[in-house]
Design a protein around this ligand. Structure first.
Ligand code: PMP
Length: 476
């Protein structure tokens, strides 16, 4: 379980730069009423993020009501690829609201037609059919259903196996959580589906053997045979790092899937819509999956997700038997259309690619300064991460990762709480609209916060120890 951030207002050094403004205690004392109300009426699980009560958010900034402005490098959990509340997206939403058409279930709408056409236009031509849903987890549940149905069609009732990856994340619903690879998060399920199994993810850090044989061995060990497997579900990059698998591994995986009539699914919920410097993350591998599921950056705002796949897989269910109440909500579709147009028009994917070296070198600089606790860093496009470990040991350190993020928050840089199987990763993923100098500023703040958090964790105890030694000195 992750740590909570303190909501006790804290006097911090004031900051006033081109991109950040912190001029009060944080959180502001007047925001406690809202924070406490949320604590009273929401479950504990909602207490995980730095306690700024968002008043408004625009482009790369998040504001509270009290004159503070954070440079946002969370993108509100990798959603606002086109920037927070992009003017084009707001205009599209307002026009849709004023039309008015706010809901139409699975009845046809022009908004849905235009958006699925546009989404097909940016997807591989082989993946022709698109089913819109609301959340990433829902899209993952849908690909499990589609993969299994396809497995049964081509191999009978014993071809229902789904292979996920260790430390993978696909959501928190029954199927998506089982397909994920965080053991600690599955204890509530108890009777885990024996046909959902996991292979090591070849990240090169926690899993040093990155050969494709590790996948084959894991299948073997699971007791399933290739003829029992319906689908392989892989995050295009594992969010935890972020980490891509080696290209060669994925190419072998794709050909193994083809040979064994296994549906290859890339979960692009995080990786899609320009985040990694290519429109889709899987473009880095040079393979085409059978299905993509995506969400988050699809609209840069309102809840929408999509399953994009080959016709023969997507068309397995007849009229009315694969639907959802909010399928392709017209307001969400209008927002997503405006966001997609902006990503393309402003070449935000290119901006992510161009800024990758800046992000990577900033993280490398921090690692070079603190090699004993910054165990692993990666950056692709505009998503980067530092995995924090206990000094000198390859053991995750949630506490220190948390401390770094808390300090960033106090200095006007907004990151979400640490992620990863053990809550060890400090992740930095700004909107793709971020200019270079803002990213450089963010990295300097992250460096300063890391310096301070490391000093607090490792130098103060030393001082205390020195005190103890001093106290015992009279005995000698
Ligand atoms: N897949 C991936 C790769 C994700 O990162 C997430 C969310 N973090 C999900 C699925 C689940 O998406 P949602 O929270 O919208 O259900």
């Amino acid at each position: 379980m992750g740590k909570e951030f303190s909501i006790t207002p804290r006097e911090v050094a004031h900051v006033e730069t081109k991109y950040r403004r912190i001029v009060t205690a944080v959180p502001h004392p007047d925001s406690l009423a809202v924070l406490n109300k949320l604590r009273e009426f929401e479950p504990n699980s909602m207490r995980g993020q730095p306690p700024v009560v968002w008043d408004r958010a625009e482009d790369i900034f998040v504001y509270d009501k009290y004159g503070n402005r954070w440079l946002d490098c969370s993108s509100g959990v990798l959603v606002t690829n086109a920037g927070h509340a992009a003017p084009e997206v707001r205009k599209a939403i307002s026009a849709q609201v004023d039309k008015p058409l706010l809901h139409n279930y699975c009845f046809p709408s022009e908004e849905r037609a235009l958006f699925v056409e546009a989404l097909a236009g940016v997807s591989p031509p082989e993946l022709k059919k698109i089913f819109l849903l609301t959340t990433g987890s829902e899209a993952v549940e849908c690909v499990i259903k589609l993969s299994r149905a396809h497995g049964i069609k081509v191999g009978g009732n014993s071809k229902i196996g789904i292979v996920g990856f260790e430390r993978g994340f696909h959501g928190r619903t029954l199927g998506s959580q089982q397909a994920g690879g965080f053991e600690g998060q599955k204890s509530w399920i108890v009777n885990l589906d024996p046909a959902i199994v996991h292979a090591p993810f070849p990240d090169g850090y926690w899993q040093t053997d990155t050969s494709f044989e590790t996948f084959l061995e894991a299948i073997d060990k699971s007791g399933l045979k290739p003829e029992n497997i319906a689908g392989v579900l892989m995050e295009t990059y594992q969010g935890v790092g972020p980490d891509f698998a080696p290209k060669d591994y994925v190419r072998q995986l794709a050909s193994w899937c083809r040979q064994n009539k296994v549906v290859l699914v890339f979960d692009e919920v995080q990786a899609g819509f320009g985040r990694t410097g290519k429109f889709w993350g899987f473009e880095h591998y040079g393979v085409i999956p059978d299905i993509i599921c995506c969400g988050k950056g699809i609209s840069s705002s309102l809840p929408l997700s999509a399953v994009i796949g080959r016709e023969e897989i997507m068309d397995q269910f007849g009229p009315g038997s694969m639907t959802s109440t909010h399928t392709g909500n017209p307001v969400c579709c209008a927002a997503a259309m405006a966001s997609l147009k902006k990503i393309i028009r402003e070449n935000l994917t290119g901006n992510a690619a161009n800024l990758e070296p800046v992000l990577k070198s900033g993280l490398k600089r921090i690692q070079a300064k603190h090699p004993e606790v910054v165990g692993h860093i990666t950056a692709f496009g505009l998503v980067g991460g530092m995995q924090i470990i206990k000094s000198g040991h390859k053991e995750p350190d949630h506490n220190l990762a948390h401390g770094i993020i808390e300090r960033c928050f106090q200095k006007g840089l907004l990151l979400f709480a640490p992620v990863g199987a053990w809550g060890q990763t400090v992740k930095i993923n700004p909107p793709l609209t971020i200019p270079k100098d803002a990213l450089e500023e963010a990295l300097s703040v992250l460096e300063e916060a890391t310096d301070e958090a490391v000093a607090e964790q490792y130098q103060q105890p030393k001082k205390k120890r020195a005190g103890k030694l001093h106290a015992s000195a009279p005995h000698s």
